[in-house]
Design a protein around this ligand. Structure first.
Ligand code: ADP
Length: 647
C-alpha cells in the first residue's frame, strides 16, 4: 500500500505499534451520488494514499477512458466498485471503508442517500462519531439534507461537518457559501446538533479536502481531512455511568467465577463497590481480567471479565452498575423507532426485543406519532411502514435496565425482531426524559408529546369519546401580534362564544403564564422561546384531552412559532395574526407595558425596539384597528367551522 509513512520501509514494528495506538474515528457520509459523495470518499482515500499501487495505475488509466474529468484523475472511480454492486442489487446495506493517516484511523460508513434507504442510514449512523453531510453548492439545502440531518441527530451523532461541495461551479463564491450555511443553521436549530461546522470544498478538484484551496482565500477554517484528524471525540463517550451488561458467566473451575461482557459505559477499578441488577446485591470488584492479563482499571468500550469479592447471584442478562448510579428499571419505555421491515409495524403485535444482553418479548402499545423524515412534521398514523420513523410506547414482559439513548447509546437502544422469521424489523432509541443539565439546555429537543398514563386496570377515555361528548375536534389557536393588538380580548371573546355553544375551550394568556408557570422567565429571545414552548406543551396536553386551546401570546419569532406547531401538531394548530398599527397598540396600551418600556422599567417590546416577525401564511388575519371585537370573534368561529373543528 502506498501509505504515507517512511516507517513502513524502515521499521515495520514501530509502524505497527504506532498504528495500534492511533485513535479511531467512525464517520458516516450523507448525500446522494450527485452531491459528489463517491468523489469525496475517493478523494479522501486517494489523497491520503490509501490505495494499492496497482489500483492507482488502473484508476489513472480508467480516468483517461471512463472519467468525467476529461482525462484527468476522477476520484469517483475509486468507489465505483460499490456502485456496480449496488446496481446489480447485491449490496443494499452499508459499505464500510477503512483508511488511516499518520494521526488517526478511520472507518467510513457509506450509505445510499435516498429515502428508501433510511434504515441503512440509521444502521450506519448508529456507531458513528461524526457525520459528513454533503450539499451541492448549486442546489443548497434540500429535502434530503433535512432528512439526513434529522437521522443524524436522532441517532445521537454529536459532530456534524456540512461540506458545501462543487464550490468550483459557483465560482468559489463566499456569498453563496454563507447563504447555504445560514439556511442550514436556520433549520438545524430545531435539531440537536451540538457541534456543527461548515467547509466549502470541491471534491473533484481537491479544494479544502486534504489540501487548503488556493481558490478560496476567504475561508480560513481547516480542511476536511484536518478536521477529521483533529476533532475531539474523547469526551463523547459516557465515562460517568458505569453499565456492564453481563454477556456470560465464566466458571472454568470452582475457584473462579468471572462475569464477561463489554463495558457499555463508564470506568471501573479494582476495589470499586458494585451492585448487580435486578437482585440489587452489592459487593466489590476483586479482579479485572482482560485478554492481555489483569488490570487495575477498565473503561468503555473494553471487553473484560470481572470477579467479585463475595459470592453473589449474577447471570447472563443481569447488569452490573454502581450503587449510587443506577439506570432506570422498568418494563414500559417510550422510544423513537426506525422501521426496517417491508411488513408494517402494527401496534398490539408482539416482537422479540433485544436490549444489551437481554432478549425479551414486548409489544408496541401505541404509535404516538409518525415523523415525516423530510419535513420533521409529526402526525398521527395507524402503522409504521418500511423506512418510517415514529414515537412508540412499548411494554415488555420483564423489566429492563435502561438509560435514555441521548445519555447512553448502548443502554438506550434496542432492536425489534420478528418472532417467527427472526429478522430484525426495527431499531429503537429510548426517549426517557432526562433532568440533567444537558437536556435543560436544549428544551425544545427534549420536548416530547405529553405522556398519558395508560393502565389496563381502567377503561381509558378515548379521543373519539371526548369528541363525541364535546362535539369538537381539539385545536390550538395561536393568537399572535403586538402587545395591545387584541389577542387576549379576542381569545376571551371566542371562549365566551364557544362556551355559549356548549363547546369547551380554555384561554392560555401569555400574561397569566408569566405570572405563574413562566414566572422564572424574563424577556430575552431564549426566555420568550421557552415561554412559548411551555405554552405549546400545555396546549398539546389540552388538545390531547379534547379541549380547544386559545393561546394569546405575542410569539414574535417565526422559527419558534414553527417549533410550537411541531409540538402541538401542524394539523391542529391555527395561527391567527391580530394586526394593528404600532401607534394604535401604543395608544391602547392595555397593560401599560409601552409606557413602562419607555421609562426603562421593562425591556423593549416586540414591534417597539424588539423584532416582531409577522406570520407569513397565517390561517387568519384580524385587523383589530378596523373591525370590531364581535366581527373578529365571528371570523374565528367561521374558521373553526370551515376547518371542521366544530360542527
Ligand atoms: P393583547 O392581548 O394583544 O396584548 P389586549 O386584548 O389585552 O391586547 O388589548 C387590546 C385592547 O384593544 C383592549 O383594550 C380592547 O378593548 C381594545 N380593542 C379595540 N378594538 C379591538 C378589536 N377589534 N379587537 C381586540 N381588541 C380591541
Amino acid at each position: 500500500m502506498n501509505h504515507q509513512s517512511d516507517l513502513i520501509a524502515t521499521d515495520i514494528e514501530a509502524y505497527l505499534a504506532q498504528h495500534e495506538r492511533k485513535e479511531l474515528l467512525r464517520f458516516i457520509t450523507c448525500g446522494s451520488v450527485d452531491d459528489g459523495k463517491s468523489t469525496l470518499i475517493g478523494r479522501l482515500l486517494y489523497d491520503s494514499k490509501m490505495l494499492y499501487e496497482d489500483q492507482l495505475a488502473q484508476l489513472e488509466a480508467e480516468s483517461r477512458t471512463h472519467g468525467t474529468t476529461g482525462g484527468g484523475f476522477d476520484p469517483a472511480l475509486v468507489t465505483d466498485g460499490l456502485k456496480a454492486e449496488r446496481e446489480q442489487g447485491i449490496t443494499i446495506d452499508v459499505a464500510y471503508r477503512y483508511f488511516s493517516t499518520a494521526k488517526r484511523k478511520f472507518i467510513i460508513a457509506d450509505t445510499p442517500g435516498h429515502e428508501q434507504y433510511t434504515r441503512n442510514m440509521a444502521t450506519g449512523a448508529s456507531t458513528a462519531d461524526l457525520a459528513v453531510i454533503l450539499i451541492d453548492a448549486r442546489h443548497g439545502v434540500l429535502t434530503q439534507t433535512r432528512r439526513h440531518s434529522f437521522i443524524v441527530s436522532l441517532l445521537g451523532i454529536r459532530h456534524v461537518v456540512v461540506t458545501i461541495n462543487k464550490m468550483d461551479l459557483v465560482d468559489y463564491s463566499e456569498e453563496r457559501f454563507e447563504e447555504i450555511c445560514n439556511d442550514y443553521r436556520d433549520f438545524a436549530q430545531r435539531l440537536d446538533l451540538p457541534d456543527l461546522h461548515f467547509i466549502p470544498i470541491s471534491a473533484l478538484h481537491g479544494d479544502n479536502v486534504v489540501e487548503p484551496s488556493p481558490h478560496m482565500p476567504w475561508y480560513r477554517g481547516s480542511t476536511l481531512m484536518n478536521f477529521l484528524e483533529t476533532v475531539y471525540i474523547g469526551s463523547d463517550r459516557n465515562f460517568e455511568d458505569f453499565r456492564f451488561p453481563v454477556q456470560y458467566v465464566n466458571r472454568p473451575h470452582l475457584d473462579f467465577r468471572g462475569f464477561c461482557g463489554t463495558i457499555a459505559s463508564g470506568i471501573i477499578r479494582v476495589g470499586d463497590e458494585v451492585m448487580v441488577l435486578p437482585s440489587r446485591q452489592a459487593t466489590r470488584v476483586k479482579e479485572i481480567v482482560t485478554f492481555d492479563g489483569p488490570r487495575q482499571e477498565a473503561f468503555t468500550p473494553q471487553s473484560v471479565t470481572l470477579t467479585f469479592e463475595d459470592e453473589i447471584d449474577c447471570s447472563r442478562g443481569d447488569m452490573i452498575v454502581r450503587p449510587g448510579n443506577v439506570p432506570k428499571v422498568g418494563n414500559e419505555v417510550d422510544a423513537m423507532v426506525v422501521w426496517m421491515s417491508p411488513e408494517p409495524m402494527v401496534p398490539g403485535k408482539s416482537y422479540l426485543v433485544k436490549h444489551t444482553t437481554q432478549t425479551c418479548v414486548g409489544q408496541v402499545d401505541s404509535l404516538r406519532y409518525r415523523v415525516d423524515v423530510n419535513t420533521l412534521h409529526r402526525s398521527p398514523a395507524p402503522v409504521l411502514q418500511l423506512n418510517e420513523i415514529g414515537r412508540c410506547s412499548i411494554t415488555l414482559n420483564q423489566p429492563i435496565y435502561y438509560d435514555s439513548y441521548r445519555r447512553n447509546r448502548a443502554t438506550g437502544a434496542f432492536i425489534l425482531i420478528d418472532r417467527i422469521s427472526n429478522v430484525t424489523v426495527g431499531a429503537g432509541m429510548i426517549t426517557a426524559r432526562e433532568t440533567d443539565k444537558k437536556t435543560r439546555l436544549a428544551p425544545w429537543e427534549a420536548a416530547e408529546a405529553t405522556d398519558e398514563t395508560t393502565s389496563s386496570a381502567v377503561r381509558v377515555v378515548t379521543a373519539e369519546e371526548r369528541q363525541a361528548r364535546l362535539g369538537q375536534q381539539p385545536a390550538t389557536l395561536l393568537f399572535t401580534g403586538l402587545s395591545g393588538s387584541g389577542k387576549s380580548t379576542i381569545a376571551r371573546g371566542v371562549e365566551r362564544a364557544l362556551f355559549d355553544l356548549g363547546r369547551l375551550a380554555i384561554v392560555l394568556d401569555g400574561e397569566q403564564l408569566r405570572r405563574g408557570l413562566s414566572g422564572d422567565l424574563g424577556f430575552s429571545t431564549e426566555d420568550r422561546s421557552e415561554n412559548l414552548r411551555r405554552a405549546a406543551q400545555l396546549a398539546h396536553l389540552l388538545n390531547e384531552n379534547g379541549i380547544i386551546c386559545l393561546a394569546a401570546l405575542i410569539a414574535p419569532d417565526a422559527q419558534t412559532r414553527a417549533k410550537a406547531a411541531d409540538l402541538v401538531g401542524h394539523d391542529r394548530m391555527l395561527v391567527i395574526h391580530c394586526e394593528a398599527p404600532l401607534d394604535v397598540c401604543r395608544e391602547r396600551d392595555p397593560r401599560g407595558h409601552y409606557a413602562e418600556a419607555e421609562k426603562g422599567e421593562m425591556p423593549a417590546l416586540p414591534g417597539a425596539g424588539e423584532d416582531y416577525q409577522p406570520p407569513e401564511n397565517p390561517d387568519l388575519v384580524l385587523r383589530t384597528a378596523e373591525d370590531s371585537v364581535e366581527e373578529c370573534v365571528e371570523r374565528v368561529l367561521q374558521l373553526l367551522r370551515k376547518r371542521n373543528f366544530i360542527r
